[in-house]
Ligand binder design. Structure first.
Ligand code: HEC
Length: 105
C-alpha cells in the first residue's frame, strides 16, 4: 500500500490554478456623439476689420493713410498679431477670420 503515498500525480508541484471567476465585462454603450454639421458662416472680412482693426488702422473702413494695411496678407497679419505693439490682444482671431480680413484688404 505504499504505492498510493508516492503517487505524485495526486500532489502536483504546481497547484492547480484557481478557477478564475468569469467576470462578464459590462457592455458599456458608447454614446454616439454626432458631430454637429456646422455651417461655416461666410466671414465678412471688412466687418471683422472694422471691428478688430479699425481702431488702429482705420481711415475709411479698410485702412488708409500711414497705417493703411491694404493688400496685407494673412501671413503678414498673423505676424503682426504676434509682434506689433498692441495687436497681441487679437490672438483670438482664427486663421479663417484672418484670411477673411486679408481677402478684404
Ligand atoms: C491696438 C492697435 C492695433 C490694432 C487693433 C491692430 N493693429 Fe495692426 N498694427 C498696430 C501697430 C502699432 C503696428 C506696427 C506699426 C504699423 O505697421 O503700422 C501694426 C502692424 C500691423 C501690420 C504689419 C505691418 C504692415 O504694414 O505689414 C499689419 C499687416 C497689421 N497691423 C494688420 C492689422 C489687422 C488686419 C488688424 C485687425 C485684425 C490689426 N492690425 C489690428 C496696431 C494695431
Amino acid at each position: 500500500m505504499l504505492v498510493a503515498l508516492t503517487d505524485t500525480s495526486k500532489y502536483p508541484d504546481e497547484p492547480a490554478p484557481a478557477e478564475e471567476p468569469v467576470v462578464e465585462e459590462p457592455v458599456v454603450e458608447e454614446p454616439v456623439v454626432e458631430e454637429p454639421v456646422v455651417e461655416e458662416p461666410a466671414l465678412d472680412g471688412a466687418a471683422l476689420f472694422t471691428a478688430h482693426c479699425g481702431s488702429c488702422h482705420n481711415g475709411n473702413g479698410l485702412g488708409s493713410g500711414p497705417t493703411d494695411k491694404t493688400g496685407a496678407t494673412a501671413a503678414a497679419i498673423t505676424n503682426a498679431i504676434a509682434t506689433a505693439p498692441g495687436m497681441g490682444v487679437l490672438s483670438f482671431l482664427t486663421d479663417a477670420e484672418i484670411q477673411a480680413i486679408a481677402d478684404a484688404l
